[in-house]
Design a protein. Structure first.
Length: 189
């Protein structure tokens, strides 16, 4: 009789714990951020980085959003973050949306971060995609064998000629085919 009462108490306790965890998780799901679908601003940036073993150094490619009247629009200087292509806010919104539709597993954080110097990046065996914004940060890893097929559809999100050229050249560095790519279009690269 005592063991039957004890078993009932344990079952009740386990059920209460399960219900509590379910309620906590559902509350967290409502608060879960989606950095890639949030509105963009001048703090929004996306970085692509992959360093193949034994190869020359591949600088990261960074997209930063700027106001359409900003003189940096349609430029791509080398910065401490990597090769930085400046695109419009609407273009960044479209690029973020396109990234959100890729079959990638994103790890998101509400913590607002800046992109660190490319000199501090860790070398991994995957392409690391980092998106930062005023809403937080999202990171995904991509198998290098899938770079070409995964990134080609993103071309349609890039309207700024220099940004598109940089992105296509970036993919060429990983063996992707980019028909019609003009290598000398931007001699200041």
């Amino acid at each position: 009789m005592i063991s039957l009462i004890r078993t009932a108490q344990i079952c009740s306790l386990v059920l209460a714990i399960i219900m509590s965890i379910t309620l906590l998780c559902s509350g967290q799901a409502d608060e879960k951020r989606n950095v890639l679908k949030a509105p963009v601003d001048e703090n929004t940036a996306i970085r692509f980085f992959y360093q193949p073993a034994g190869d020359y150094f591949h600088f990261p490619l960074v997209f930063r959003s700027v106001d359409p009247k900003d003189p940096r629009l349609n430029t791509a200087p080398m910065t401490t973050e990597g090769r930085t292509a400046y695109i419009s806010l609407s273009e960044m919104q479209e690029l973020m949306q396109a990234l959100s539709h890729l079959r990638l597993s994103w790890q998101e954080s509400a913590r607002v971060e800046l992109l660190e110097s490319f000199r501090k990046l860790k070398i991994t065996d995957t392409m690391v995609i980092t998106a930062v914004s005023s809403d937080g940060r999202a990171i995904a890893n991509l198998n290098p064998k899938k770079i070409c097929e995964t990134f080609k559809p993103l071309d349609s999100a890039l309207k700024t000629p220099r940004a598109l050229w940089e992105f296509q050249g970036f993919r060429l560095n990983y063996g992707c085919k980019v028909p019609g790519f003009e290598h000398d279009a931007y001699p200041d690269h």
